[in-house]
Design a binder for this molecule. Structure first.
Ligand code: HEM
Length: 178
């Protein structure tokens, strides 16, 4: 996982809970805590930090990832405003992730393992999102969708129809906005 993700997590945790909380997480997770944005670090370190936060807050790891994704979006919009420009809605922004956002991210951060999503319109009007990644971070994606929806002043309803965490080969989410 690229260091930028750890940098965003540090900023989100520090803003919400203070610098000491981040130090406590580093200690509890048993990780180095030194991350440069362009560096690459083991996926296990981010998972260890998420697990430490889950234990400290008494909430599930999925809730921590969702919170992180939602909280990271305004930080991403500060750093990468151009990805948000010209989009009329969260749906339009999210549909640009495969063709624009993540390809640009891969150019900026060599070796980034950004996921590819499968998008499909459901007959009921919802957006169906297929996700498959060895990291199984669908709850992070869920939080990103919520954060993007906040950015566009919308509210997203996200239903997980299938989940890799339950042993399915992929995750599938159905999203509607109001
Ligand atoms: C400004 C917009 C965005 C930026 C700058 C961005 C950047 C990144 C970066 C740097 C990573 C880490 C890759 C690595 O460390 O190897 C990542 C991973 C990821 N991104 Fe994005 N992203 C953006 C938007 C989104 C959106 C809209 C979604 C989904 C709705 C999304 C879903 C994910 C997920 C789930 C991962 C975790 C890696 C995995 O699943 O294997 N991202 N992204």
């Amino acid at each position: 996982m690229k260091g930028i993700v750890f940098n965003l997590l540090e900023e989100a945790v520090t803003d919400a809970h203070g610098a000491d909380a981040w130090s406590d997480l580093i200690d509890a997770a048993g990780v180095s805590g030194i991350y440069t944005s362009l560096g690459s670090y083991p996926d296990e370190e981010v998972l260890a930090l998420v697990q430490a936060a889950s234990a400290a807050l008494g909430i599930g790891t999925g809730d921590v990832l969702r919170w992180f994704g939602r909280t990271a979006m305004p930080l991403l919009s500060e750093r990468y405003g151009s990805f948000f420009e010209g989009h009329p809605s969260a749906r339009s922004f999210i549909l640009s992730v495969n063709d624009i956002i993540h390809p640009e991210v891969r150019k900026l951060y060599s070796g980034a393992g950004c996921p590819h999503f499968h998008f499909e319109d459901n007959p009921d009007g919802r957006l169906l999102v297929g996700y498959r990644s060895p990291r199984q971070l669908c709850q992070l994606a869920h939080g990103f969708v919520e954060g993007a929806s906040d950015h566009f002043g919308e509210s997203a309803e996200i239903e997980h129809l299938l989940c890799m965490q339950d042993g399915h080969p992929l995750c599938r989410m159905a999203i509607s906005w109001s």
